[in-house]
Ligand binder design. Structure first.
Ligand SMILES: Nc1ncnc2c1ncn2[C@@H]1O[C@H](COP(=O)(O)OP(=O)(O)O)[C@@H](O)[C@H]1O
Ligand SMILES: [Mg+2]
Length: 350
């Protein structure tokens, strides 16, 4: 069950329905069970319980930040925020910020007390939750490693990332759970949690629509809650069609049109006709961008459609699959992901 933290009227549901306790975090039992045991050991030890640095790796919206906060609350009670700091490692410059904050934290020492089994205890360490640490360059990560070592007496890190392979081994090796992943949440579990939210909010929505959200959210509970909100902004009972209307999936028609133009252009030997087709292709991509699709959205959708399409000629499928992985990668790091899609379409060969 998910409990409500703050008034849902003033916050996004993805915030207001943040799990409060470790038990509220769904779909991650393989990690949560172990975190609970670590808290138990911490409480029994009376000291720091040998509490290690942690790494929470996995897709967005699967509960990494929530698990860190719930862990803190479960370890140190309602005043957990006194020795907790959340930082974002959005780029290599953030290492300076991290260093300064950790130093400040260390200079201040560990302050605060918590209550366990009726006893008041000294809080044993500060915790820094470092989000998106996969965005740090290897050099910045090397600095992070030194900071972790230097302050390990007073500070524990919880490193959160989407792409753990981007982290250098010396950082990973200093963290428990670095080989563990937060898993995409099973669609049944997502639907169940959404049903509870729908009940609480008094939403008028078909069960099939909730199931559909469970599918399109692809394992992200944050995404599921955002879709549930948008879907139910209608005066009548929300249906599967309402879900499809608000979800950024390309229509099958738009996709087919785009690929048809691309392959027609690929096979065109007349320069004037080729240029005309290529222009049309660019326009189609631009209109998708105007409708709010990112380059990755478009490529992702093309990939899925091709993979599921048993009628598409195998030759065309092979051509698409042979390069779409690279295109997805480039779109994710490019300044102009729409241009990446246009360029990819031009490279397709018949
Ligand atoms: N495993 C989960 N169980 C319950 N709710 C979740 C879970 N994962 C995400 N959520 C929902 O999505 C929101 C964002 O989750 P968050 O923990 O910030 O994800 P991450 O840090 O992995 O991107 C939470 O506030 C909560 O509403
Ligand atoms: Mg997060």
């Amino acid at each position: 069950m998910i409990t409500v933290g703050q008034s849902p009227q003033t916050m996004l549901w993805a915030e207001s329905y943040r799990p409060q306790t470790l038990d509220d975090v769904i779909g991650q039992d393989h990690i949560i069970r172990r975190l609970k045991f670590m808290v138990q050991q911490l409480h029994e030890s009376g000291g720091d319980g040998g509490f290690p640095h942690l790494m929470f790796a996995g897709n967005a919206g699967t509960g990494k930040t929530s698990a860190a906060m719930a862990l803190m609350r479960s370890a140190f009670g309602d005043d957990w925020q006194a020795n907790f700091m959340e930082l974002n490692a959005s780029d290599e410059r953030s290492i300076q910020v991290i260093r300064t904050k950790v130093k400040d934290f260390a200079r201040r020492g560990v302050i605060g007390q918590y209550l366990v089994n009726g006893q008041t205890r000294q809080i044993p360490f500060n915790v820094i939750f470092l989000d998106e640490c996969d965005n740090l360059t290897p050099d910045a990560q090397a600095s992070l490693r030194r900071i972790m070592e230097l302050h390990s007496k007073t500070t524990r890190f919880i490193l959160s990332c989407n792409y753990p392979h981007k982290l250098i081994d010396p950082v990973k090796d200093r963290c428990a759970f670095s080989d563990t992943r937060f898993r995409p949440i099973a669609k049944e579990a997502v639907s169940e949690a959404l049903t509870a939210v729908a009940e609480r909010e008094g939403l008028d929505i078909h069960p099939e629509a909730i199931e559909r959200i469970g599918e399109v959210a692809r394992g992200s509970m944050r995404k599921a809650l955002n879709i549930l909100f948008a879907t139910t902004r209608v005066p009548m009972t929300a249906t599967v069609d309402d879900v499809d209307e608000v979800v950024a999936e390309l229509s099958p028609q738009a996709r087919t049109r785009l690929l048809q133009t691309a392959f027609k252009a690929a096979g065109e030997s007349d320069p004037a006709k080729y240029r005309e087709l290529a222009r049309r292709m660019d326009k189609q991509v631009e209109s998708l961008a105007e409708a709010g699709f990112s380059g990755s959205d478009i490529l992702d959708s093309v990939f899925r459609a091709c993979a599921d399409d048993s009628k598409m000629p195998v030759g065309i499928q092979r051509t698409i699959f042979s390069s779409i992985g690279d295109a997805l990668h480039h779109a994710s790091i490019s300044q102009d992901d729409i241009l990446t899609v246009k360029a990819w379409l031009r490279r397709l060969k018949v």
